[in-house]
Design a protein around this ligand. Sequence first.
Ligand SMILES: C[S@@+](CC[C@H](N)C(=O)[O-])C[C@H]1O[C@@H](n2cnc3c(N)ncnc32)[C@H](O)[C@@H]1O
Length: 296
Amino acid sequence: MTVLKALNWATDYLKEHRVENPRLNAELLLARSMRLSREELYIRLHDQAMEEEIKTLEGLIRRRGSGEPLQYILGHQEFWSIDLKVDPRVLIPRPETERLVEEALSILAKISSKKIPSVLELGTGSGAIAISLAKEVKNIFLVATDLSGDALMVAKDNARQAGVSDKIGFVKGDLLNPFHPGETFDLILSNPPYISDSEIKDLSREVRNHEPLIALKGGKDGLEFYRKLISQTSSYLKRGGRLLLEVGNNQAPSISEMIEAEGGFERPERVKDLSGTERVVKAQKVDSRKWRVEKN
Ligand SMILES: C[S@@+](CC[C@H](N)C(=O)[O-])C[C@H]1O[C@@H](n2cnc3c(N)ncnc32)[C@H](O)[C@@H]1O
């Protein structure tokens, strides 16, 4: 069978099995089966594929056709131009989370001219956010946590691969439980699980059946983690420290209200992603010293 014929078979199979972008998926999986880049695949379209390669392709295409995400089959996903290893132990990092990284970097740029910033990321998954910050900020002290020990293993591997292991401490635990009040950070950020119970069933089969539920389920209304986090965070932030949260669709107003009701923060701000959806809520802890100086 020629490479082109194999590619057409794979594309048709994926189309029949309701996979989005069937041609692109087929090309990437065929390239993987033949241990070629996509560019090399195009050059070889009229060559004969080996029997072994077709057998491997069939296996991969059937997995994709049954709904397994492409990234888990290929074993990696790019985030912030960093190649991250992903498997079913971790959520596949999403492009919209890069908005959170951008906001974090603009906060860190202001702090890092004065001192080494200390940052806590809660629920690190593949390590995408913490690793991006470690790559971008030369001097930084980062702690990244997760409740899932399996996820932390992937995150540690990714940090090693990205050459930033020495900048990130990984800690297993439930939200802020591993820390003592008084152990404070300049920035606490998180992309917590935020899918409500009723929305879980509407997720695509790729997400619902393959990504870790612990990374998705945000309780009855999707806001459980925000409630816990917002009620605990202030004791772990330095004066003037920042809280930065990725939020689900339409959740930003409720989360801003929660922060205002909690008190101790300046008025929260809502930041949109590229699609115009409010994606990040940021708040600064009141600096009572500054307030006193301004008042006098
Ligand atoms: C939405 S995923 C985000 C993963 C990664 N930060 C990203 O943006 O791609 C949420 C992460 O929080 C972790 N998690 C869930 N419950 C947690 C808890 N109680 N404490 C700490 N981490 C938790 C999950 O294991 C998962 O890795």
